[in-house]
Design a protein around this ligand. Structure first.
Ligand SMILES: [Ca+2]
Ligand SMILES: [Ca+2]
Ligand SMILES: [Ca+2]
Ligand SMILES: [Ca+2]
Length: 369
């Protein structure tokens, strides 16, 4: 009897252990903690944003871009030619799912005489796992591919674009389109009608915002809109319309329409926060970063940077899981970041050619609008 009881207890303990593991796993799934958000612009996968700039070979459209990448905290660097100035945009993301950002560009207009090459919508991805260029066709001329993100939550970035009418086309529905690496293996495209153009003036259109607002593991759909869509000045209040991947809709009243959006997780809770920058389009002036923390702390207004600097480059440079406010000072070839791990100390790192024309562009600014 004792032996049987012993086995019985063993079985119960075993079953309890299994149940607990299953419960923990399902809870984690429900909370979306299985695919933590990856560090942006992290080419060696050490959890720190790297210092990376795009340098065109000449001051002309179509000039060859070279990616100059200094791995943060290391001495080695990479110089990889990929992309054409004013024809391609950088879309660094982890497409192959190995935990390292891949060098990649999206072509938003055709090359060749009269656009004869019909190559708009091409993606050129240098996969870190194979060191091979992968070419994909997704999207069309005029699409905005900086919404690239992981929409299906499998740990691989999905080809994605935000498509909105031009001012000449006038008012109309905007869309997020993506081809999921997990859910759309047959090449099917997911269309999500979100955002709109509401007038024929250049500013009368929603700007996209990107990120995972609920830390559920999948990218959400968000746009920045005039609070008053009849307003003719962009220096007026804005609202963010957010649709999560699970279907929750919310509105956040935050900032001005003319503010630059600089998405990131500034409090490190895994949820993307709203963050905008103001004061960069007049010189000399104080640049101010406005943050609404998803963790619930009071809104912040942080002065950081001066003058007419358009090269914001937010990322997690110190690797503590919190996005650091950052900008690239092209005239000095320096990254300046506010280290969240180090009492918010301003830190400079020289990487880039000072004052060259055309100037180096920080890769981390790829999703700023
Ligand atoms: Ca990769
Ligand atoms: Ca994916
Ligand atoms: Ca957050
Ligand atoms: Ca940080």
């Amino acid at each position: 009897m004792k032996t049987i009881t012993g086995n019985y207890r063993l079985q119960i303990t075993f079953l309890l252990t299994i149940s607990f593991v299953l419960f923990s796993f399902s809870t984690a799934l429900a909370q979306g903690q299985t695919t933590p958000r990856k560090t942006v612009v992290d080419f060696n996968g050490d959890g720190k944003t790297d210092f990376a700039v795009l340098r065109p070979s000449a001051n002309a459209p179509g000039a060859q871009y070279t990616w100059w990448i200094q791995n943060n905290g290391a001495t080695d660097f990479t110089a990889a030619p990929l992309g054409l100035r004013a024809i391609d945009v950088p879309v660094p993301a982890d497409y192959d799912g190995d935990g390292r950002s891949d060098i990649a560009v999206f072509r938003f207009q055709n090359t060749g005489a009269g656009g004869s090459n019909a190559d708009a919508g091409n993606w050129y991805i240098l996969e870190s796992s194979t060191n091979q260029i992968r070419i994909e066709k997704f999207g069309q001329a005029g699409d905005n591919a900086t919404v690239v993100d992981d929409y299906d939550g499998d740990g691989k970035a999905d080809l994605a674009v935000y498509r909105i009418n031009t001012a000449a086309q006038g008012a109309g529905q905007a869309y997020f389109l993506y081809r999921g690496s997990l859910n759309n293996p047959a090449g099917n495209i997911t269309y999500v009608p979100w955002g709109m153009r509401y007038g024929s003036q250049s500013e009368q259109a929603d700007d996209h915002y990107m990120g995972d607002c609920d830390a559920e593991g999948r990218a959400d759909f968000a746009v920045q809109r005039h609070l008053d869509i009849t307003a003719t000045s962009s220096n007026t209040p804005a609202e963010f319309h957010i649709l999560t991947a699970t279907g929750n809709y919310s509105i956040q009243y935050f900032g001005w329409k003319s503010d630059r959006v600089v998405p990131g997780d500034y409090d490190g809770d895994g949820k993307t926060d709203l963050c905008v920058v103001r004061g960069f389009n007049i010189s000399p002036s104080q640049i101010t970063w406005y943050i609404r923390y998803s963790g619930g702390a009071a809104d912040d207004a942080i002065p950081f940077g001066q003058g007419s600097n358009f090269n914001f480059s937010q990322g997690d440079y110190d690797g503590d899981g919190k996005t650091d406010i950052a900008l690239f000072v092209a005239s000095r070839g320096e990254f300046w970041y506010r280290s969240s791990a180090n009492a918010n100390t301003a830190t400079a790192y020289r990487w880039g050619n000072a004052g060259t024309i055309p100037a180096d562009l920080p890769v981390a600014g790829y999703n700023n609008r």
